[in-house]
Design a protein around this ligand. Structure first.
Ligand code: ATP
Length: 353
C-alpha cells in the first residue's frame, strides 16, 4: 500500500493557517481513496526559525526534505526580518535552487465570474480562463543573487543567466504539459532586447521541433502583460524565465481572484515542493480569514504529481470539490469580497469531496 512522507513547511505569516486547512482536506480525501496513507514531518523553516536559531533554512531540515516523498510549504519570510544588505530572507527560493526544482508550475483557473476583475469571463456562456505558466526556477535573473559583493555606493548589477541545459529542460516540460492539455505553448521573453533572451528563444525553437503536434507562438513579456488582461482565454501553456514568471504569475493570479486562488508546484528531477503562489500576507495573518484555496489546490497538484491512479483520483476529487465550492458566489473569502473564513472554506471543500 503506498505510504508517503510529506514534509510540511508551514513557515511564516498566513503559512501555518493555510497549511493546516489544506491538511484537513488532504486527510478527508485520503478517506475516500483506497490504500493511500500519508505521514507528516513538520519542519521549522523561514523567518521565524531565523529569529529562534539564526538560520532560516537549517541543513538538517533540508536533509529531512530530501527523504520525504514530497513537500508542502505555506509561505516564508517577514518584511521586518532582513539580511544586512536589505533584502528579505527567501528560503523558499533557496530550497528551489538547492533541490534543483527547476519546473515552476503555476496553473491559473477562473472558478466564478465574480472572482475576476475582467468582464465577460467565467459566467454562463462567457469566456474561460484556464492556462499554466511554467516559470524556470533555478536560473534567469535570480541566478547570482547570492554572489558575494563588494559594497559599492555607485552601482549594483544582477545578471540574467540562461543555460542551454536550463532552457532545454524547462521548455521540454512546457511541451509535455501542453500535449496533455490544448497543445499550445507560448514562449514569453524579451528576445528583441536581451541577448540572454534571444538565446532562450533559439533553444525554445530547437525543442519545439521535437514536438510537432504542439503549436507555438512567441510573445515579448511587455506584450504578454497586455494580452493577459485583454484575451487570457487564448493561452494554454506559457514558458518563461524566472523573474518574468514571478511577475506574470502575480498578474495572472489577479485575473482569477488574487493570490489566494493561485496554486503552484516546484518540480525537479528528484524532489517536488507544492505551495500557494502567495507570500506571507502579514497584515491578515492570525485572523482566520486567509483564503486556503491556493494551498488546497497545491495539494491536488501534489497528488497528481505522485502519479498513481489513486492519487490522481484524489487530485480530481479535490479539484471538483473546489470547483463546486468556489463556483458558488455565496462562498467568498475576504480577498474575494466575502466573509467566509479559512476553516469554513476548507470544511465546505471537505463536504463537497
Ligand atoms: P510577502 O512579502 O511574503 O510576499 P505580501 O503580503 O507582500 O507577502 P502576498 O502574500 O503575495 O504578498 O499578498 C499580496 C496581497 O494579497 C496582500 O494584500 C495579501 O493580504 C493578499 N493575499 C495573499 N494571499 C492571500 C490569501 N491566501 N488570502 C487572502 N489574501 C491574500
Amino acid at each position: 500500500m503506498p505510504s508517503y512522507t510529506l514534509a510540511l513547511l508551514p513557515g511564516d505569516g498566513i503559512g501555518p493557517e493555510v497549511v493546516a486547512a489544506s491538511i484537513k482536506v488532504l486527510d478527508a480525501t485520503l478517506e475516500k481513496l483506497t490504500d493511500v496513507t500519508f505521514r507528516y514531518d513538520e519542519l521549522s523553516v523561514g523567518a521565524g526559525e531565523y529569529l529562534k536559531n539564526g538560520d532560516p533554512l537549517p541543513a538538517s531540515a533540508v536533509e529531512r526534505m530530501k527523504v520525504a516523498d514530497a513537500m508542502l510549504l505555506g509561505a516564508m519570510g517577514l518584511p521586518s526580518v532582513r539580511w544586512p544588505n536589505g533584502v528579505e530572507m527567501t528560503p523558499q527560493i533557496d530550497i528551489r535552487e538547492q533541490l534543483d526544482l527547476f519546473n515552476g508550475l503555476r496553473p491559473i483557473k477562473l472558478y466564478h465570474a465574480s472572482h475576476s476583475p475582467l468582464k465577460g469571463y467565467g459566467g454562463a456562456g462567457e469566456k474561460t480562463i484556464d492556462f499554466v505558466i511554467i516559470r524556470e526556477n533555478c536560473e534567469g535573473l535570480f541566478v547570482d543573487r547570492l554572489r558575494p559583493r563588494e559594497p559599492n555606493p555607485e552601482f549594483e548589477t544582477d545578471t540574467m543567466k540562461i543555460t542551454r541545459h536550463g532552457a532545454e529542460r524547462v521548455c521540454r516540460e512546457a511541451f509535455k504539459l501542453a500535449q496533455k492539455r490544448r497543445k499550445h505553448v507560448t514562449l514569453v521573453d524579451k528576445a528583441n532586447v536581451l541577448p540572454s533572451m534571444a538565446f532562450f528563444r533559439k533553444i525554445f525553437d530547437e525543442v519545439a521541433e521535437e514536438y510537432p503536434d504542439v503549436g507555438t507562438d512567441r510573445v515579448y513579456v511587455d506584450a504578454m502583460s497586455l494580452f493577459l488582461v485583454q484575451h487570457p482565454e487564448k493561452f494554454d501553456v506559457m514558458v518563461t524565465e524566472n523573474m518574468f514568471g514571478d511577475i506574470l504569475s502575480d498578474l495572472a493570479a489577479g485575473i482569477v481572484g488574487g493570490m489566494g486562488m493561485a496554486p503552484s508546484g516546484d518540480i525537479g528531477p528528484e524532489y517536488a515542493l507544492f505551495q500557494p503562489s502567495h507570500g506571507t500576507a502579514p497584515t491578515i495573518a492570525g485572523k482566520g480569514i486567509a483564503n486556503p484555496i491556493a494551498t488546497i489546490l497545491s495539494v491536488a497538484l501534489m497528488l497528481e504529481w505522485l502519479d498513481t491512479p489513486e492519487t490522481a483520483r484524489g487530485a480530481r476529487l479535490i479539484e471538483s470539490a473546489v470547483a463546486a465550492v468556489m463556483g458558488d458566489p455565496a462562498n467568498l473569502t475576504t480577498d474575494l469580497g466575502g466573509n467566509t473564513g479559512t476553516d469554513a472554506i476548507a470544511d465546505l471543500v471537505i463536504t463537497a469531496l
